[in-house]
Write a protein that binds this ligand. Structure first.
Ligand SMILES: Nc1nc2c(c(=O)[nH]1)N[C@H]1C(S)=C(S)[C@@H](COP(=O)(O)O)O[C@H]1N2
Ligand SMILES: [Mo]
Length: 196
């Protein structure tokens, strides 16, 4: 597992335009690619607006934002991990999923939350779902980084999966397996915090 990486002023400095600077290393020290970008009602951004050139996939998915908090893998592993054991629909077996609570990820971004907040969870294939904050809390959604002790590949369910323990939510546990995980985008990469 990776050690914690420092994401303070260095990360903010890296997010600023590099105009006038000599070309540096391809991957600046202590920085790895953002896996999850949180936008909307947040008070602790660490990057600027959507760049319609370089943020091409988000641009194609018609996102728009003037600031964001981007998490790399280390930043997510730095948050207190939770472990859940839901039965998955793919094989009908319980699996161990681990990762920080979604609300803790939002907290790190300084999300401004109230009882009307809605979260839009979006995956790389464009699949997206509106999840009321109240449900993210009561169902204890996590941003899973590991399944059965292993990191999850892009191309599988990862690298991040917004998921919850359906077996432990009575109104979901009574549904057939294929109806329990519609609010759980695999390959999650973007969360919008919609205040209203
Ligand atoms: N990224 C992504 N996540 C997704 C989906 C999807 O199409 N893409 N389908 C959702 C739905 S509707 C269900 S029922 C479950 C299982 O769908 P799947 O068989 O497409 O994984 O995953 C959910 N998560
Ligand atoms: Mo579905």
């Amino acid at each position: 597992m990776k050690k914690r990486q420092f994401l303070g002023t260095a990360a903010v400095a890296c997010a600023l335009p590099l105009a006038g600077q000599a070309a540096g290393p391809l991957v600046p020290a202590g920085r790895s690619p953002a896996l999850l970008t949180v936008t909307g009602a947040i008070a602790h951004p660490n990057r600027g607006p959507l760049d319609p050139v370089l943020d091409q996939m988000m641009h194609k998915q018609q996102l728009a934002f003037d600031k964001a908090h981007a998490f790399d893998y280390a930043a997510l592993l730095d948050l207190a991990p939770q472990t859940i054991r839901p039965t998955l629909e793919y094989d009908g077996k319980p699996h161990v999923l681990r990762g920080p609570l979604l609300v803790d990820v939002l907290g790190k971004a300084g999300a401004v939350l109230n009882e009307k907040t809605v979260l839009v969870l979006r995956a790389v294939d464009g699949y997206n779902v509106e999840l009321p904050l109240a449900q993210a809390r009561s169902r204890r959604f996590i941003v899973a980084t590991h399944i059965d002790g292993k990191a999850m590949p892009l191309g599988g369910l990862g690298p991040l999966w917004a998921v919850y323990d359906a077996d432990r939510v009575p109104e979901m546990a009574k549904l057939p397996l294929p109806q329990r995980f519609a609010a759980c985008p695999w390959a999650l990469y973007h969360v919008e915090v919609k205040a209203s």
